[in-house]
Design a protein around this ligand. Structure first.
Ligand code: NAD
Length: 490
């Protein structure tokens, strides 16, 4: 605790102050590396959400009256504070997720870049000016904030997830209530601390700790919340859409994926193998954009499978900078994954590597899953259609490009996809026809940049995109303004 500065009790941030919950309840945040308690955390419920939403509503008017440039400048000072404290943020992210400090440092750098990009939007926040059918009439659009944003995030890349939502929500002039992920409370807490230290007005950003059903659900249902922005599983997203839809609140959903990576017979197999392993296993596979369906041309299947098996068995799993990936976020997720692989095995799947928890002494206390490669599964099998969110990937054999594309698209999800080929014809045909929000050639299924819109089709989302300037559309309303002049009045 001393090393990272995580407080022994993590409270909510309401109106710029750290406060406990109305009922005084707490829950334990456990380290995925040691299984030991890292901190006690405020277990918020509806009464605490109420307090946070009220604080946000009170603060929002004054915040919206500041110019967008001023708001952007203040957000920039938050990113500067993040940069000054990058090592501490990275240490906290590493302590609560189990990822290495090196990886956490990189993720924090990404969150800072996100903040810098959005702070710059304070100087743009473009509307449009256009033509009119009527003489002497001028037509334009301007952006207005919605009011209060309810921001709900997952734990997988915790500081990036905070940045993706808070910066665009605030630059547009909204106040926000962020519901931190229960598995990464301290990352949200340190962000709140830094933001208030550099002068974010009290109440503009409130942070609620707690579980989804207890703290997230009341936020979604609250009539004082004008827009819900959610990053998490498709099952919870569907529930949120139902509740928010009932009161016609705007809701942006960034959900799960089952992302295909196609390896053609003309691919550079060395490069493909490197990217398959990164896509499937980096961050312990806990990415919405993880490569979990590896589709391989028959002509290179056996050779490529052997390359993958050999390299997967050499991966180092642990919390250090020299390791390839760390533990998964909690024991429940680990247990579910092992059970899903077991069910696939019973149906005839062949587990080429992994498929089990690491239990020997170095890993015994943590939530470590061996990197897992599975083959001989059908496209409609549970393991092919449900997101596991861990270091598990399946291999599929196809005869040609048409079958690869068809299998890539045969999924309830449509987030990201990747193809490895030397042919520009195959690459472009795939990029055009794959049913996803992101298509990548000759790299990984992940790796989106802060200035680009990210989001998916089908059960991966509901059409909104964040980040990029497109995120501004989630957090602002457009107003049309018409001005008519009378040249006779000159
Ligand atoms: P989850 O849906 O269980 O939880 C996500 C967040 O929602 C948590 O903060 C949780 O407390 C909250 N929540 C849970 N139930 C709720 C409810 N009824 N009402 C309101 N809030 C509720 O997801 P998870 O397992 O923590 O995260 C993994 C999922 O997130 C995966 O499906 C992954 O693909 C997805 N994800 C998507 C993106 C993206 O940009 N598309 C990015 C990261 C993660």
């Amino acid at each position: 605790m001393e090393r990272t500065g995580i407080p022994s009790t993590i409270l909510n941030w309401i109106s710029g102050t750290e406060v406990g919950t109305a009922a005084g309840e707490i829950f334990a945040k456990v380290s995925p590396v040691s299984g030991k308690v890292l901190a006690s955390v405020a277990r918020s419920r509806a009464a605490d959400v109420e307090q946070a939403v009220e604080a946000a509503r009170r603060a929002q008017k004054g915040w919206a009256e500041r110019t967008p440039v001023e708001r952007g400048d203040l957000l920039l000072t938050i990113t500067q504070a993040m940069r000054r404290n990058q090592e501490q943020i990275a240490a906290i992210v590493a302590a609560e997720t189990g990822m290495s400090v090196k990886q956490a440092r990189g993720e924090t750098g990404g969150a800072i870049a996100q903040g810098e990009f959005m702070a710059g939007e304070g100087r743009r926040l473009y509307g449009r000016t256009t033509t009119s059918a009527v003489p002497n009439k001028y037509a334009m659009t301007v952006r207005h904030p919605l009011g209060v944003g309810g921001l709900i995030i997952a734990a997988n890349t915790p500081i990036a997830n905070v940045a993706w939502k808070v910066f665009p929500a605030l630059v547009c002039g909204n106040a926000a209530v962020l519901k931190a992920a229960e598995d990464t409370p301290a990352t949200a807490w340190i962000f709140g601390k830094l933001a208030h230290e550099v002068g974010l007005p009290p109440g503009v950003l409130n942070i609620i700790q707690g579980y989804g059903e207890e703290a997230g659900a009341p936020l979604v249902a609250h009539p004082g919340v004008d827009v819900i922005s959610f990053t998490g599983s498709s099952a919870v997203g569907r529930q949120i859409a139902r509740v928010a839809g009932e009161r016609l609140a705007r809701v942006s959903l960034e959900l799960g994926g089952k992302n295909p990576l196609v390896v053609c017979d003309d691919a550079d197999l060395e490069n493909s193998a490197r990217w398959v392993l990164l896509s499937a296993f980096s961050n312990a596979g806990q990415r919405c954009a993880a490569g979990s369906r590896i589709i391989i041309f028959d002509g290179v299947y056996d050779r490529f499978r052997d390359m993958l098996v050999e390299r997967t068995k050499r991966l180092r799993v642990g919390p250090g900078d020299d390791d390839d990936f760390g533990p998964v976020i909690n024991e429940e997720q680990l247990t579910n994954m092992v059970a899903a692989v077991e069910r696939a095995r019973e149906k005839g799947a062949v587990v080429l590597a992994g498929g089990h928890r690491f239990t020997e002494s170095a890993h015994a206390q943590g939530f470590y899953m061996a990197p897992t490669l599975v083959e001989n599964v059908g496209p409609q099998d549970e393991i092919s259609t449900s997101e596991l969110f861990g270091p598990v990937t399946c291999l599929y054999r196809v005869k040609d490009f048409a079958e690869a594309l068809s299998l890539a698209n045969d999924s309830p999800y449509g987030l990201t996809a990747c193809i490895h080929t030397r042919s520009i014809h195959r690459a472009m045909e795939f990029a055009q026809k794959v049913q996803t929000g992101v298509a990548v050639v000759n790299a990984g299924t992940y790796g989106s940049e802060p200035h680009m819109p990210f989001g998916g089709l089908k059960q991966s989302g509901n059409g909104w995109r964040e980040p990029g300037t497109e995120a501004l559309d989630i957090y602002s309303n457009l107003k049309d303004i018409y001005i008519t002049i009378d040249p006779g009045m000159l």
